[in-house]
Design a protein around this ligand. Structure first.
Ligand SMILES: [Zn+2]
Length: 101
């Protein structure tokens, strides 16, 4: 059963995703949205206060360069199709930093 909190989150996500480039993992079909360089920079600034180690930092960076689900690299991604997006409606769409973003 959905709570009000998750419904609100879904609405926010829909707003963030409007007009956005969507990419699907060619291996498992998981849908990601393409992060903008500005968003990535914002995330980096937010993270700076945690003082990550080099290893933690690499893990953080690589998370934006691979499929959340099967860890396929971004180079394996393709543009999302309607059928991908319909499936994605049932899961959280996660950000990825596309090589050409
Ligand atoms: Zn995948």
């Amino acid at each position: 059963m959905r709570t009000e909190l998750s419904n609100g989150g879904a609405r926010r996500a829909a707003q963030v995703l409007r007009g956005r480039r969507m990419l699907a993992c060619a291996v498992c079909g998981w849908v990601h949205y393409a992060m903008t360089p500005e968003e990535k920079a914002d995330g980096d600034r937010a993270l700076a206060r945690y003082r990550l180690s080099v290893a933690e930092r690499l893990t953080y960076e690589s998370a934006f360069r691979q499929c959340l689900r099967c860890e396929a690299p971004v180079s394996e991604f393709r543009e999302a199709r309607e059928s991908d997006l319909a499936r994605a409606a049932s899961h959280l769409v996660t950000p990825v930093l596309a090589d050409d973003a």
